[in-house]
Design a protein. Structure first.
Length: 264
C-alpha cells in the first residue's frame, strides 16, 4: 500500500510561501497541523484485530518488583521504560533501527547508573517474559474470539519473547499469531508499521482495528488507515494533538464491545 502524506501549506492567506521569511523573522517551513480524517477509515465493525502487547495485554508495572530485587528503587522502572521507548524511537527515526531489546538493555544500564552486574540486568530484563495480564485483557480477547474476529498480538522487540510471555500468561490461545517490531523492521507508532502488519496478515487496513492503551500508537494506526480502539486505563484521555480513536473506554473489554457494535 502506498503511504499518503499530510498536506503542506502553500502561499496565500494561510501563511507565507515555503522558504520565505515572515514578519517575525522566521523562515516558513511549509508544515501544517495534520488534518484529522485525511486517512480515516469509516467507523465499521472490524473484520480483524491487532492488539498491543505491553501494557495493553500484559502489565509492565510488574517489573517494579524486579528493580527492588536487585537493590534499586522501584520508581526507576518508570524512568527505564520511558528511556527505552525514547531510544527505540530515536534509532528508528534516525534510520538506524535495531533490536528493541538491545535499546532496552542500554536504557536499563543508564537508568541504574551502570551499577548493576550483568546478572542483575538480565534478572530485570527477564521480567518481560513473565508479565501478568491486565484483568480486562482476557475478557476482551475472549470476546473477540467468540465474535470470530481473527486477532493478532503486536509487540515491541522480539516476537519470540512476546510469544513466551503470552504463553505464560495463558492468553495465546485467543490469538491467531504474533507480530513484532523487530520482525517488521519499523517501530510503532510509525504508520508504516501498521501498514506492514496488515500486509503480513493479508488484512484490509480499513477493516482492521488496533487496540491499545497508548494514544500515540492508536494515532499512528489511524494515520495508516486502520480503525482505532483506545483503552483509557492511565492516559486520562486522548491528546488534542492526536486523531480521536473510533472508540474509547476505560476498560479494554468495553472497547471491544463498542467495536463490535459498529455498523457492519
Amino acid at each position: 500500500m502506498a503511504m499518503r502524506t499530510g498536506g503542506r501549506q502553500g502561499p496565500g492567506r494561510d501563511g507565507p510561501e515555503r522558504g520565505a521569511t515572515g514578519r517575525d523573522g522566521r523562515v516558513a517551513t511549509g508544515w501544517v497541523t495534520p488534518v484529522a480524517g485525511e486517512h480515516r477509515a469509516p467507523a465499521r465493525r472490524p473484520r480483524s484485530a491487532i492488539v498491543d502487547v505491553y501494557d495493553t495485554i500484559l502489565r509492565l508495572d510488574a517489573l517494579r518488583s524486579r528493580f527492588v530485587d536487585v537493590g534499586r528503587p522501584e520508581h526507576e522502572c518508570d524512568l527505564f521504560l520511558a528511556r527505552a521507548a525514547r531510544d527505540g524511537y530515536a534509532l528508528a527515526l534516525s534510520g538506524t533501527p535495531g533490536p528493541f531489546g538491545e535499546a532496552g538493555l542500554q536504557a536499563l544500564r543508564s537508568t541504574t547508573h551502570h551499577l548493576l552486574s550483568d546478572e542483575a540486568l538480565h534478572h530485570v530484563m527477564d521480567g518481560f517474559l513473565s508479565l501478568p495480564p491486565h484483568q480486562d485483557a482476557e475478557l476482551a480477547l475472549a470476546r473477540l474470539a467468540s465474535a470470530r474476529i481473527p486477532t493478532y498480538a503486536l509487540a515491541y522487540g522480539s516476537g519470540a519473547d512476546a510469544v513466551a510471555a503470552l504463553d505464560r500468561a495463558g492468553l495465546r490461545t485467543y490469538l491467531r499469531g504474533t507480530l513484532s517490531t523487530d520482525d517488521l523492521g519499523v517501530v510503532c507508532p510509525d504508520p508504516r508499521a501498521f501498514t506492514m502488519a496488515c500486509d503480513a496478515l493479508r488484512a484490509k487496513p480499513e477493516r482492521t482495528v488496533l487496540i491499545s492503551v497508548h494514544p500515540g500508537d492508536v494515532h499512528g494506526a489511524l494515520r495508516a488507515g486502520l480503525l482505532g480502539g483506545l483503552a483509557i486505563r492511565q492516559s486520562g484521555g486522548v491528546p488534542t494533538t492526536m486523531d480521536p480513536p473510533h472508540v474509547s473506554a476505560p476498560r479494554m473489554d468495553d472497547v471491544v464491545e463498542q467495536l463490535l457494535a459498529l455498523p457492519a
